[in-house]
Design a protein around this ligand. Structure first.
Ligand code: ADP
Length: 444
């Protein structure tokens, strides 16, 4: 027990004892010892109860306690209660100022922030940016159903996804049709969700400008390149034999540039496309075209193996899928040394299908795999240049596959080879007309 509390107890007990002693002396003097002592004891008990009543009344009335005076145990209790109350007030003030600071920070955010009640899907709070970007008005929209207020955005359907709701990309703002938003749902507690909307109009405009710029530059380069290419072809090296190697190198580089421009134009075209034609792709003829191309490119330096399950065709764009597959085949030939084997296989995969191009070539170190489909990303620049690559092939493949909702999987081991597999969903697969359900395997 702390010292001051012990001395408060001592003082109080001393006072009580003195009071009882006085009562005993008075009782003895008046000749009624016991009745007067009992009266004194009763007075002491009544005094204690009165104090207890006072404390309880103060606590229940939640009134602000006055700083206590005196030095008894009751005053000590008052002092403790007063101190607790003062501490509580300080803590409350601190919490309130923290809450105000958080609200001010959220209110000042450039992104729209809306707090939603998960059960009722109603708006509980929103910041200033939510007024500009989402058109929510203070205070009328507090408590309003979020789906109704943010029409025509498909909120109800989207909110039903909860934690798994994919961000809404490039959504048109309900407040201003010129604004494009990225909207995310953050379920930060069991009861509340946070909806965050970011204005991406400027970013999209920049991206559009970048796309237009690349497309325009590539387009403008096409004509001068065709002219240079044409004149180079007309030059007769027999007249000046010492120019032969120079002219050959010029022709090679001009071919490379033409291919680069064509690839850039293909990428630009694919980037702006939302969907592609839904054609029947005869995989028998696609496989034989791929085989012919591989053989032409390989010039018997590698062995080409075809494996076709023989009973499925695909839905999609003939031209674009052919370009994607032949990019994979051309890579396999270019990055496989002489004597290697390239296997092009089409197989069923559950209800879907998989087309894979397997080689026994140089392989790709694992650290490069995550970035391999980026434009101009190369594992070895010199090897890629030597092999006549533009660095855009796998980018084109990725775009074409995205437009077919297909997935590219790369499996590779350095020095052993790589497998590029294209996985198609069931909606892209249909039975081949007049197919024999036989496993057909051809070896070149
Ligand atoms: P490139 O025109 O340079 O071949 P791609 O986009 O087609 O460009 O390929 C990107 C890089 O991926 C290549 O430079 C090469 O390093 C690597 N690569 C692609 N396919 C293969 C493969 N089958 N084997 C080994 N490396 C490959």
């Amino acid at each position: 027990m702390p010292l001051h509390l012990r001395s408060a107890w001592n003082r109080t007990l001393f006072r009580l004892a003195t009071l009882l002693l006085i009562a005993a002396v008075v009782g003895w003097l008046v000749g009624a010892f016991w009745p007067v002592l009992a009266l004194g004891a009763l007075g002491v008990v009544a005094w204690q109860f009165w104090h207890l009543r006072v404390v309880l009344r103060r606590l229940t009335a939640r009134e602000r306690l006055k700083p206590p005076r005196g030095d008894g145990v009751w005053n000590e209790l008052d002092r403790l209660l007063h101190r607790g109350q003062a501490d509580m007030r300080t803590r409350k003030r601190r919490l309130l100022s923290m809450l105000r600071a958080y609200r001010a920070a959220a209110a000042a955010l450039p992104d729209a922030v809306v707090v939603i009640d998960r059960d009722t899907q109603r708006v509980l709070w929103f910041n200033k940016a939510a007024t500009v970007l989402l058109g929510l008005r203070h205070p009328v929209d507090l408590g309003a159903p979020v789906g109704e207020r943010l029409q025509p955005l498909p909120m109800s359907h989207w909110l039903s996804g909860g934690r798994n709701a994919e961000p809404m990309l490039d959504a048109v703002s309900p407040a201003n049709a010129a604004l494009r938003l990225n909207i995310r749902l953050i379920p930060y507690s069991d009861q509340y969700w946070l909806l965050v909307a970011r204005d991406v109009s400027k970013l999209l405009r920049l991206e559009e400008m970048r796309r237009d710029f690349v497309a325009n530059v590539s387009h403008e380069l096409r004509t001068p390149l065709t002219v240079v290419h044409g004149y180079l072809d007309m030059l007769d090296t027999d007249e000046v034999p010492e120019w032969k190697p120079i002219l050959e190198e010029m022709q090679k580089q001009s071919n490379r540039m033409t291919q680069l421009v064509e690839d850039l134009l293909t990428l630009s075209r694919l980037e702006v496309q939302d969907s592609l034609p839904h054609e029947n792709i005869g995989m028998a003829s696609m496989m034989s075209t791929l085989r012919r191309e591989a053989e032409a490119l390989s010039q018997r330096r590698q062995t080409i193996v075809m494996e076709d399950c023989g009973d499925i065709d695909l839905w999609g764009s003939n031209k674009e899928l052919h370009s994607a597959f032949s990019n994979l085949v051309s890579n396999a030939v270019r990055y496989t040394p002489v004597g290697g084997t390239i296997t092009i296989a089409l197989a069923r995969e559950g209800q879907g299908a998989v087309l894979s191009v397997r080689d026994t070539g140089y392989g790709i170190p694992e650290s490069h795999l995550p970035r391999i489909t980026e434009r101009f990303y190369r594992v070895s620049t010199s090897r890629s240049r030597e092999s006549g690559g533009t660095g855009l092939g796998l980018s084109i493949v990725k775009h074409v596959l995205n437009l077919h909702q297909a997935r590219l999987e790369i499996d590779s081991a350095v020095g052993q080879g790589s497998t590029f597999s294209v996985h198609f969903g069931p909606e892209r697969v249909h039975p081949r007309e007049g197919a024999f359900p036989l496993q057909e395997s051809q070896t070149a």
